[in-house]
Design a protein around this ligand. Structure first.
Ligand SMILES: O=C[C@H](O)COP(=O)(O)O
Length: 274
């Protein structure tokens, strides 16, 4: 079903609910996603092994793999050969259509290579100077190209210690979503910077608390459509902590870095969110 039809159906459902013709229980539940961000890791051989090792038996949870750009095409071929239910995503995209942007990749090309998602605003990209305005432009470019954006937000340890988490995260998400119309296709990822690659994951309660604040802000700002936006948690998710994070009602999936490089281990994380 294409996105226009999905959006139309969700609009009808929302109107019916707002008119109290059905109970909220009948609103379709949010999609759940487990996303692998391979960052600057993996090669052709390890990608082949990953696809062989990954066991995805259920389909309640969308499994998105975001490889380095040169691996997108071979990964797509492997997915087709193996009839795998992997969905492919990109780690970034450019806000412009095309042009003299050395080293960058356009949304159109990513779409042509079957990328259905793109990570936008990852803290490792923000650290190189990416602004909230550029992130907002990338979100719009992704949506206009038929790619669903996975927008990352998160605070530093210093900001957490100064009780600024809510202010920082809210500011980032509202700027990323400024004038964005198709919110039902947006995915958010809460990634506390202090938890990324450190082995120091947020506890399920810490993550749940921030996710609840994000949900409240989304509902207040955008209304009922905000219920459809999945909020993933990212930051040292692994085979040991995935199940306890997945139990939390406001954690709709995970964005996984280091622990996504091994197909067998990543399968365990996926099944925790199934
Ligand atoms: O995009 C993924 C996040 O940066 C988390 O990375 P990590 O699982 O290695 O902490």
């Amino acid at each position: 079903m294409n996105h226009t039809i999905k959006a139309y159906i969700s609009t009808i459902v929302r109107e019916v609910v707002e008119n109290e013709l059905v109970t909220a229980d009948l609103v379709p539940s949010r999609r759940r996603l487990v996303v692998a961000n391979w960052k600057m890791n993996m090669n052709l051989a390890s990608t082949r092994k990953f696809v062989k090792d990954l066991v995805v038996t259920k389909e309640q949870c969308t499994v998105v793999i975001c490889p380095p750009y040169p691996l997108i095409y071979p990964l797509n071929e492997l997915v087709n050969e193996n009839k795998s239910s992997i969905t492919i995503g990109a780690q970034n995209l450019h806000r412009q259509d095309k042009g003299a942007f050395t080293g960058e990749v356009s949304a159109d090309l990513l779409k042509e290579l079957d990328c259905e998602f793109a990570i936008i605003g990852h803290s490792e990209v923000r650290a190189s100077g990416e602004t909230d305005e550029v992130i907002n432009q990338k979100v719009k470019k992704a949506l206009a190209t038929g790619i669903d954006p996975i927008i990352c937000v998160g605070e530093t340890m210093e900001q957490r210690e100064q009780a600024q988490t809510n202010e920082v995260v809210t500011g980032q998400l509202l700027q990323a979503l400024t004038d964005v119309s198709d919110l039902s296709r947006v995915v958010l990822a809460y990634e506390p910077i202090w938890a990324i690659g450190t082995g120091l994951s947020a506890t399920p309660d810490q993550a749940q608390e921030v996710h609840q604040q994000i949900r409240a802000t989304l509902l207040k700002t955008f209304g009922q459509v905000a219920e459809q936006i999945p909020i993933l948690y990212g930051g040292s998710v692994n085979q040991d902590n995935a199940a306890s994070l997945a139990e939390m009602g406001e954690i709709d999936g995970a964005l996984v870095g280091g622990a996504s490089l091994d197909g067998t281990g990543f399968s365990t994380i996926v099944h925790a969110f199934d």
